[in-house]
Ligand binder design. Structure first.
Ligand code: NDP
Length: 285
């Protein structure tokens, strides 16, 4: 079997058109969605991500505010800036680009962002709301994966889903979203014994490990849906995922490539969450 490619770039483009239309409708009611992004220090990858987020805002007709802070900023100063943005009625989404310098407590930063403006979906209140199936900001990469499957017409209820990776931003929440949609979910991680035993059971296999070409054909059931979250560089410096694409695509039923798979969905869902936050202010006030 040769897998059908799930084209994240195309699906993201379609979603962005829908978002832009909703932004325009909201603007006609006097509300322009606004996203504030705080960048601490000068990490090259972080700067690239932040620039992409600003660009996406502009393309969709949203306001973006970039706040740059120096590497040696004190924690209190960062928390005070977040509190100021929490009170700013022109700002509907606040995100602090991670990673932040080690001398600042990441949990404290995340918990200072108002849950009503936590468009990354990292605040424990949003995570708890997601777990209990309530209205919440869903974390962008996991949310993007669910939209990819929905748009591809892949049913989830009753499926065996195996997630390799259990980080707070990808692995754990994506498993929870699958559970919310009635899948049977297994998590694997670095202490899992006999990984293959589990992954071979997967109707849907999600790889969020951060190791190039980690998932091989031998890990995959014939016809499975394989979602590759990884963004890595191989030895030649080329962008690659966690899945050995060439051999796995010979066996899987569906597969996401890297690039143009999960990646384009992450910023798209960030834009969606910012729109959602802005739209909810109309009902709140
Ligand atoms: P983390 O490093 O936080 O988590 C990696 C997970 O993989 C951990 O749970 C770890 O287990 C597990 N793991 C490591 N080695 C093994 C192993 N040998 N066998 C099984 N499990 C293992 O990474 P993230 O979740 O943040 O990111 C994962 C990948 O996704 C990265 O390549 C990252 O760049 C990419 N990414 C892509 C995004 C996108 O927009 N497409 C967004 C975010 C991330 P343990 O918990 O036991 O240590």
């Amino acid at each position: 079997m040769t897998a059908q490619i799930i084209n994240g770039k195309e699906i993201a483009a379609k979603k962005r058109i829908e978002i832009a239309e909703k932004v325009a409708a909201l603007k006609s009611q006097g509300v322009t969605p606004g996203l504030a992004v705080i960048l601490v220090g000068n990490n090259h990858a972080s700067r690239t991500y932040v620039t992409s987020k600003e660009k996406a805002c502009q393309e969709l007709g949203m306001n973006s505010l970039l706040i740059e802070m120096s590497e040696d900023i004190q924690e209190e100063e960062l928390l005070a800036k977040i509190e100021e943005l929490n009170e700013d009625s022109t700002i509907h989404g606040i995100l602090v680009q991670l990673p932040i310098p080690k001398h600042i407590d990441e949990s404290k930063v995340i918990e200072t962002i108002s849950p009503l403006k936590d468009v990354d979906g990292f605040h424990p209140i949003n995570i708890g709301r997601m777990m209990t199936g309530q209205n919440a900001f869903l974390p962008c990469t996991p949310y993007g994966i669910m939209v990819l499957l929905e748009e591809t017409g892949i049913a989830i209820a009753g499926k065996n889903v195996v997630v390799v990776g259990r980080s707070n931003i990808v692995g754990k929440p994506v498993g929870q979203l699958f559970l919310n949609q009635h899948a049977t979910v297994t998590y694997c991680h670095s202490k899992t014994k006999d990984l293959k035993l589990h992954t071979k059971q997967a109707d849907i296999l999600v790889a969020a490990v951060g190791i190039p070409n980690f998932i091989k054909a031998e890990h995959v059931k014939e016809g499975a849906v394989v979602i590759d979250v990884g963004i890595n560089r191989n030895e030649a410096g080329k962008l690659c995922g966690d899945v050995a694409f060439d051999e796995v695509s010979e066996k899987a039923g569906y597969i996401t490539p890297v690039p143009k798979g999960v990646g384009p969905m992450t910023i798209t869902m960030l834009m969606y969450n910012t729109l959602k936050s802005a739209a909810e202010t109309i009902n709140r006030y």
